[in-house]
Design a protein around this ligand. Structure first.
Ligand code: HAM
Length: 428
C-alpha cells in the first residue's frame, strides 16, 4: 500500500463538513470587515520566499526544479505571493486594499500535534495604509473572527518590532546575527539571547537593557514602565507613542484583554512594526493559532513603498482549538442525502432519472440506484447512508401516475401523484 507523505493528512467527508463550517464563518467575518478574496498559485519561484522571509522559512522550503530547470517551491505562506500579485496586478486599486485568502501551505517541519508539512492558512492583508486605526482594526478583526466562531478562551499578545529593532540598531549588530537573535527572542530562549549578545561583545549594561526589554510583558499600564526604560532615546519613544496609539484604538474597537509582550519577534524577517499573536493554551506546544503584524515586502520585490499589515490563522489549529475546548467535535450540519430514488422496472428507471435531475436542479441532495439493486437491498443501502426519504417507482404504479415516498426514519409510506411529487419535496 502506498502511504501518504509524512506530515500530510486526508480528510473524511464529515471532517470536511466541519472544516467548511469553520471556513465559512471566517469568510463571513472578514467579508463583514470589507475584505475580498484572492487566490495565488500553490507553487512560486523560490526566491519569492528566500529574499526576505528569513532563514528559518528558507530551511523549511519544499524546493524543486521543473523540466525547464526553473527553481520553484511550494508556498510556505501567502503574504509574499500576495505582495507579488499586488505589484503585478493590484497596485492601481483604491487604498486601503483589503484582501483575504484561504489556501494550503507547505513547510518541511518535524510533524507533531498541530504542526504539519501541509497545513492551511486563512489570512488577510491590508495594503496601502499604516495608520494606527488601520492596524488596530486588523487586530480587532482577528479577535472578532475567533469570537464569531464561539471560541471561548484565547489570548492576544501584542508587541512592536520597531522598539526592539531600534534598540538593536543602537548596538549595531550585523544583519545575520540580528536575524539569529530575533529567532532566539521569538522562542523566548532568553538564556541563549544573553549568551549570543555576550559573544558579540556587547557592553553588559546594554545587554541588560535588551534583556529587560524583551521580557516586558503585562497589561496596558506596562507601557509607562517601558517609557522609563527607553527614556532618552527619541526615536524609540516616538515608536512607543505609535504603539500606545494603536492599543488605544484597539480598545475603541472593543478589544480590551490585551497583553503587551515585547518578546514577540515573529519567525519571518519582513515584519517592521506592530506584531501580534493569538494563543490557545489547550493546544500545548503548538498553541499559536494566529500571527501577524505590519511588514515591508512590496519594496523588497521592486514595488513602490507601501504600508502593509496582515495576519494568518493556522486554520487547522483553529479547528483543533474549537474541538478541544468544546470537548467534542463541531456540530457542523452533516450533508445528509435528502432523497434516494429506487426504480423497480425499465420504464420507472427512465422516469426516475428525469425526477432525479429535476430534484437536483431544485437544489435537493438526491441520489438514485446505480447498481440495479432490488427494493430490499436498495432500502438497506438508503438506510446505511442516512437518506431522509426514498422515492419508490414501480412500473405498474407508474401507469397510474403514482409513486411511493417512504420516510426512512419511520418507515411510513405515502402514495404521491407524479404531478405533485416535485412540489411534495420543494414546497415544504
Ligand atoms: P506564521 O506565524 O508563520 O505567519 O503562520 C501563521 C499561522 O500558521 C501560525 O500562527 C500557525 O497557527 C500556522 N502554522 C504555521 N506553520 C504551521 C504548521 N507547520 N502546521 C500547522 N499550522 C502552522 C505567516 O505565515 C505570515 N504570512 C502571517 C502574516 C500575514 N503576516 C502578515 N500577513
Amino acid at each position: 500500500m502506498i502511504q501518504r507523505p509524512r506530515g500530510t493528512r486526508d480528510f473524511t467527508q464529515a471532517e470536511m463538513e466541519r472544516r467548511r463550517f469553520v471556513e465559512n464563518s471566517l469568510r463571513k467575518t472578514v467579508e463583514s470587515f470589507g475584505y475580498r478574496e484572492v487566490t495565488t498559485p500553490v507553487f512560486e519561484h523560490s526566491e519569492l520566499f528566500t529574499l526576505k522571509s528569513g532563514t528559518e522559512i528558507a530551511e523549511q522550503l519544499y524546493i524543486f526544479k521543473d523540466k525547464s530547470d526553473r527553481e520553484l517551491c511550494l508556498r510556505p505562506e501567502l503574504t509574499a505571493p500576495v505582495a507579488r500579485f499586488y505589484i503585478s496586478d493590484l497596485k492601481a486599486l483604491p487604498k486601503p486594499l483589503k484582501v483575504y485568502y484561504f489556501g494550503n501551505c507547505f513547510r518541511y517541519e518535524r510533524p507533531q500535534k498541530g504542526r504539519f508539512r501541509e497545513f492551511w492558512q486563512f489570512g488577510v492583508e491590508l495594503i496601502g495604509s499604516g495608520t494606527a486605526e488601520c492596524e488596530a482594526e486588523l487586530i480587532a478583526l482577528a479577535m472578532t473572527a475567533l469570537k464569531n466562531l464561539n471560541l471561548k478562551k484565547f489570548k492576544l499578545r501584542v508587541g512592536h518590532l520597531g522598539i526592539l529593532k531600534s534598540i538593536l540598531e543602537e548596538i549595531s549588530i550585523p544583519e545575520l546575527n540580528r536575524s539569529e537573535l530575533m529567532k532566539l527572542i521569538d522562542k523566548a530562549d532568553f538564556e541563549n539571547v544573553e549568551r549570543a549578545l555576550t559573544e558579540l561583545k556587547i557592553e553588559p549594561t546594554k545587554i541588560s537593557k535588551i534583556m529587560q526589554l524583551i521580557k516586558v510583558k503585562g497589561d496596558f499600564s506596562i507601557l509607562d514602565k517601558l517609557k522609563l526604560m527607553i527614556a532618552g532615546n527619541e526615536k524609540t519613544l516616538n515608536t512607543l507613542n505609535e504603539f500606545r496609539e494603536i492599543l488605544g484604538y484597539l480598545r475603541d474597537f472593543g478589544i480590551t484583554d490585551i497583553t503587551v509582550d515585547l518578546g514577540i519577534a515573529r519567525g519571518l524577517d519582513y515584519y517592521t512594526g506592530i506584531v501580534f499573536e493569538i494563543d490557545v493554551e489547550e493546544l500545548g506546544a503548538e498553541k499559536q493559532v494566529c500571527g501577524g503584524g505590519s511588514y515591508s515586502l512590496i519594496e523588497t520585490f521592486g514595488g513602490p513603498k507601501t504600508e502593509t499589515t496582515g495576519f494568518a490563522f493556522g486554520f487547522d489549529r483553529v479547528v483543533m482549538a474549537l474541538e478541544t475546548q468544546a470537548g467534542k467535535l463541531l456540530d457542523a450540519a452533516e450533508h445528509k442525502l435528502e432523497v434516494y430514488i429506487i426504480p423497480l422496472g425499465e420504464k420507472s428507471q427512465k422516469k426516475a432519472f428525469e425526477i432525479s435531475m429535476t430534484l437536483r436542479a431544485k437544489g435537493m441532495r438526491t441520489d438514485i440506484d446505480l447498481k440495479r439493486r432490488g427494493l430490499e437491498k436498495n432500502l438497506k443501502y438508503a438506510n446505511s447512508i442516512n437518506a431522509e426519504k426514498a422515492i419508490i417507482l414501480g412500473d405498474r404504479e407508474l401507469d397510474q401516475n403514482i409513486v411511493q415516498v417512504r420516510d426512512m426514519a419511520t418507515g411510513t409510506q405515502t402514495a404521491v401523484k407524479l404531478d405533485d411529487l416535485i412540489g411534495f419535496f420543494t414546497n415544504k
